[in-house]
Design a protein around this ligand. Sequence first.
Ligand SMILES: [Ca+2]
Length: 269
Amino acid sequence: MRFLLLPLIALSLVACQAPASAPAQPTAPVQTPVYSYRVVGTYPHDTRAFTQGLLWLDGHLYESTGQIGQSTIRRVNLEDGEVLQSVSIPRGLFGEGLVDWGDQLISITWQDGVGYRWDRATFRRLGLWRYDGEGWGLTQNGREIIMSDGTHELRFLDPATLTERRRLAVTDNGVPVPRLNELEWVNGEILANVWQTPMIARIDPASGNVTGWIDLTALAIENGSGSDNVLNGIAYDAQRDRLFVTGKYWPRLYEIDLVAPSRGSVDSR
Ligand SMILES: [Ca+2]
């Protein structure tokens, strides 16, 4: 910090001495805050689960997994990681994101252009829907289904018809942020894993601006050894204000609190 502060002091001295008529100096781009975290709970996670979607609902985790021949939708017990209920998606397809809507679950596939509706209680497949491009992550804001597709854009879908209403470009200081993956709506903001990075973007859903990054590098190193078993999976328990994260084939799932960069204190989210 000393190294950073000295130039700031010098700059402010220069600014004080500058004549009032001096032209304004160009300002450096504002650095997007990087949050760290504190682990407040550690739970087992199925190392055969190539996690694509994760959410918390009614006392359980719901998870979707990928890879052809291994793509499932499952209900999972938090404490011991036991898979309580599971269904395979149609043969030959590569599963991706998962979201709840009323008494249904909605899922998508990677490059097959097809998604499914499921009965949440019985896991019975109710029907399919189609979309253009790739399917990556899903979440919802209470009014719309939000979908990522591997680009820097998020699609907002009508929950009744699953047709696209609009798109939101996600940028960090004006620079597009591609490869948005698993999503979670948390208290009016969108959290997004960025594929093959240990970072989660905090996105303002009104502007698409990244307001902060959550750096989970240490957890990624602890759990992942290859380019594919990366951080992916965010779930939020709104009732108890608990944030869960995991990754593809990771042996552990974590409850974390965010730690703000400047104050060093727990972020209220
Ligand atoms: Ca999620």
